[in-house]
Write a new protein. Structure first.
Length: 530
C-alpha cells in the first residue's frame, strides 16, 4: 500500500519538468550563488556575501550544493522534493516500526501519505521537513537507548540535535522538547540517569541557541502574536483560528476551479484533512472500546508518545501565528509534528466497525490528496513551462527583476511566485526577486541596504500587489512607479508576468517599448539606453 502511493507521488515529481513547489526556485538559485561564491571570483561578489554565523537553515542548501556539481539544478531539486515528501513518509513509517513494530502498521499508511503531501511541502519549506526527518530519527534513537543511556549514546544524540539545528530551529526545539517529555513520562528504571544523559545530550546545542537569540534580537522585535484571531474571548473565533492551522488542505476554496466536472467535484468535496480527522477520531473510538491486556500494556509503555502528540497538537492549534514580522513561526509546523507523533502511538486492530470505517476514511483522504497532488503538478508544469520561455531572452550576467501579477490560483501555494529565480540558476544573472539574503537568518547577505530594499520590493511585495481591485489599484500602481523611478538603473532586464496596460505605460518610461520576447502571459523588456 505504501509503495503504491509513493510511486504515484514519485511519478509526478520526476515526470513533470515544471513541477515546482513555491520556494524551490529560491533554494535552487541560492545554492547556485553559494557554489559560485566558493570560487576565487564570482559574478555575485559585488552584491552578496557569505554569512558564516552558525545559524539554522543550512541543511537544504548544503544538500543541493553537494548535488548540483553532478546534477542539473532541476534534477537536484527533484531529489530534494523527493526526500522531503516520500522521504518524510518513509522516515515516519520507519519510526512507527522502531517504536511499535509492524503490527497494525497498514492502518497508519494513509495517514503518513496525507501528512507527507502537506501545505508545508507545497510552500517548499524543505529545511523544516529535513528537520522533521531528524526529529523522527533522533526520537527513535533515544527510544532505543533510553534504558542504556551513557556517554556514547549522548554524543550521538548531540550530533543528531546539532544537525537538526542546522536544518530548522522549530524542528530542533521540538526534538529537544520531545526527548525531555519522553524521558519524564516513559515508565522504566533509572529515571535519574535517563534525565541526566538526555540533558547532557542537549547541552552542546546551547551555544548555538545563544548565537541565534542574538541574531534574532538584531533581526527585529520578537513577541508572540495571534494575528488571525479576530476576538480573543470568542469561542467561535477560536474555533475558526484552530481550523486555520490545517496542515493537510492544499487547495484554495477562495477561487473558482476551471476544468471539467471531475475537478470541480474534487475541489468542492470536503478536503482530505476533514476525512482524515474523522477517520482518526473513529480509530480512537475503536481503540477505546476494545482494549486487550496487550493493548493496555502498550498504552502504558508508550504514554510518553501520546502525551507528546497531545502537547504538540494543542500547542499548534492554539499557539501564536508568529513571533514577530521578521521571524515568522507557522504553527502548522507544530501541528504537523503533532500528527506525525500520533503514528508510532496508534495501535488499532480492524476488528470493529469503527476501526474499519476510520481506516476507510483515512484511505479516502490519501487518495483525494494524491489526486490533488497530481493536479497541482500538472498545472504547475504548464505555468512554469510558459514562464521559462523567457529565459533565453534574459541573457547572461544581467540584473533582472520580474513583476509577477496575479499569482493566486486554485491552490494555497503557487509555483509562479518565486519562479523568476530560475532565470539565474546557471548563468550568472542577478535576480532581484531573490529576497532570501534580505533575511537575518539566511546564509547569504546583501552587501548594501539599497540591494536589500530592492530585493524585498521585487521578491516579497510585488506579487502581493492587487492590480484587479479598483480600490487598491491606484495605490499599487503608484508604489510600482516609485519603485522603478528609484531603482530602474539597477535593472537591466524586466520580466513581466500577466502585465496590465497601466503597468506597460509605466514601464515605457524606462524600458524599451518593444519587448525582446512576448508569449502568452510573459514578456521580456530591456532597459532604455541612457
Amino acid at each position: 500500500m505504501f509503495a503504491a502511493f509513493a510511486l504515484f507521488m514519485l511519478a509526478a515529481i520526476w515526470s513533470l519538468p515544471g513541477f515546482l513547489v513555491q520556494d524551490s526556485p529560491l533554494y535552487i538559485y541560492n545554492s547556485h550563488i553559494l557554489l559560485e561564491g566558493l570560487r576565487s571570483s564570482s559574478p555575485f561578489d559585488q552584491y552578496l556575501a557569505f554569512d558564516w554565523t552558525p545559524l539554522p537553515y543550512w541543511g537544504a542548501y548544503a544538500l543541493l550544493m553537494s548535488l548540483m556539481p553532478v546534477l542539473p539544478p532541476r534534477a537536484a531539486d527533484q531529489v530534494l522534493m523527493t526526500l522531503t515528501s516520500v522521504g518524510v513518509a518513509s522516515a515516519l513509517m520507519w519510526l512507527r516500526w522502531r517504536i511499535a513494530g509492524w503490527q497494525g502498521a497498514a492502518v497508519v499508511v494513509p495517514l503518513t501519505i496525507v501528512l507527507s503531501i502537506n501545505v508545508l511541502w507545497m510552500y517548499g519549506l524543505h529545511n523544516f521537513l529535513l528537520g522533521a526527518i531528524l526529529y523522527f530519527l533522533t526520537l527513535a534513537y533515544w527510544w532505543r537507548v533510553r534504558e542504556s543511556l551513557g556517554a556514547t549514546p549522548a554524543v550521538i544524540l548531540a550530533v543528531l540535535l546539532i544537525a537538526g539545528y542546522f536544518c530548522h530551529l522549530v524542528s530542533f526545539a521540538l526534538t529537544a522538547g520531545g526527548m525531555i517529555v519522553l524521558a519524564l513520562v516513559t515508565p522504566g528504571p533509572n529515571l535519574g540517569r535517563r534525565l541526566k544523559w538526555t540533558a547532557l545530550s542537549i547541552l552542546p546545542s546551547v551555544p548555538l541557541l545563544i548565537v541565534y537569540s542574538r541574531a534574532m534580537r538584531a533581526g527585529g522585535e520578537a513577541g508572540v502574536h495571534w494575528r488571525n484571531l479576530t476576538n480573543f474571548f470568542s469561542p467561535a473565533a477560536w474555533l475558526t483560528y484552530v481550523f486555520r492551522a490545517d496542515v493537510a488542505t492544499i487547495h484554495n476554496y477562495a477561487v473558482d476551479v476551471p476544468g471539467g466536472r471531475f475537478m470541480q467535484g474534487l475541489f468542492n468535496f470536503p478536503p482530505p484533512s476533514r476525512w482524515a480527522l474523522i477517520g482518526l477520531f473513529l480509530l480512537a473510538m475503536a481503540s477505546a472500546i476494545r482494549r486487550s491486556d496487550a493493548d493496555k500494556a502498550f498504552d502504558k509503555a508508550h504514554r510518553g508518545w501520546m502525551l507528546l502528540a497531545a502537547v504538540l497538537l494543542l500547542g499548534g492549534a492554539f499557539g501564536p501565528d508568529d513571533l514577530g514580522p521578521a521571524h515568522g513561526f507557522m504553527r502548522e509546523r507544530v501541528v504537523f509534528l503533532g500528527f506525525a507523533t500520533v503514528v508510532p502511538a496508534l495501535r488499532v486492530r480492524l476488528n470493529h466497525p469503527f476501526a474499519r470505517t476510520g481506516f476507510g476514511l483515512l484511505l479516502l483522504a490519501a487518495i483525494l490528496q494524491t489526486c490533488l497532488f497530481w493536479d497541482y503538478g500538472v498545472k504547475a508544469d504548464r505555468l512554469v513551462s510558459e514562464f521559462m520561455k523567457a529565459k533565453p531572452y534574459v541573457g547572461t550576467g544581467n540584473r533582472v527583476a520580474a513583476v509577477m501579477v496575479n499569482t493566486g490560483w486554485e491552490y494555497r501555494t503557487s509555483p509562479i511566485v518565486h519562479v523568476a529565480d530560475m532565470l539565474g540558476a546557471d548563468n550568472g544573472n542577478l535576480i532581484w526577486n531573490n529576497h532570501g539574503p534580505a533575511l537575518y537568518y539566511f546564509p547569504l547577505k546583501y552587501r548594501s541596504r539599497e540591494a536589500k530594499v530592492l530585493s524585498v520590493l521585487t521578491g516579497i511585495r510585488l506579487h502581493y500587489y492587487d492590480f484587479i481591485d479598483p480600490e487598491k489599484k491606484v495605490v499599487a500602481l503608484e508604489d510600482y512607479r516609485a519603485m522603478l523611478e528609484r531603482f530602474h538603473g539597477d535593472i537591466d532586464v524586466l520580466v513581466m508576468w500577466s502585465s496590465t496596460p497601466e503597468l506597460d505605460a509605466i514601464n515605457r518610461t524606462w524600458f524599451e517599448p518593444q519587448p525582446r520576447f512576448e508569449g502568452g502571459r510573459v514578456k521580456v523588456l530591456g532597459r532604455r539606453a541612457q
